[in-house]
Design a protein around this ligand. Sequence first.
Ligand code: APR
Length: 244
Amino acid sequence: MTSLDEKIQELQEIIDNAERIVFFTGAGVSTDSGIPDFRSQDGLYHMQYDYPPETIVSHSFFVNQTEEFYRFYKDKMLALDAEPNYTHKLMADLEAKGKCIGVVTQNIDGLHQKAGSKKVYELHGSVLRNYCTKCGTFYDAKYIKESEGIPRCEKCGGLIKPDVVLYEEGLNEEILNGALNAIESADVLIILGTSLVVYPAAGLVRYFRGDKLVLINRDVTPYDSNADLLIQASFSDVIPKLKV
Ligand code: APR
């Protein structure tokens, strides 16, 4: 049996014995659905643009260079035909079995809910929700994707903004507190597909007080040494071998 097989067996035992699992996810769980992550070698932040992508997805860039923001956003951050993969489905299945009490995600793609997860804390918002900045009217992601140039409100002509936390913006207090409560009451925290370098999101994992902290990620993270079980592998080599 390889050391990876031994780790997968240990992960299976942790899941079987767990009562209140919280998953903490990042862009790495959606790469198997065809959505690039940010910091892997083939990630968004390694692609060449006129500006660093982290500059583009910022509040000041949205305000001052709105047309350029939407060109990048529609092209690179709206993957509306993406489907959930086996990693999303594992979490939804464990919730349906009453073992998962929540998914805390940095992702904005809505794939956890599309897979069937009900208790999802979207720390960075969602591309599926867009609002007029003047009258508050709701617009779906399709409207944004199909709009020419800058999406405008059909009612008042106001600028529409995605319900996504951009750099320089704060996180939603209610979602942050909900995520914190879930992590604090978990007996198992499983961190998946995140480089854990963006705060305050990455800081939430420090509130875990339970029995087992599992970290599954292809690349190293600053939190690896805190894991009771560290699996440095691709999800395709791990998740399909687990039984719910
Ligand atoms: N299997 C296992 N790990 C994977 C896979 C995979 N198939 N694909 C990617 N990963 C891992 C990479 O090794 C990487 O460490 O997922 C991690 C993704 O890290 P990032 O690209 O930094 O994504 P994330 O941590 O979610 O970024 C956090 O940064 O720009 C902001 O708001 C944005 O929410 C995002 C935040």
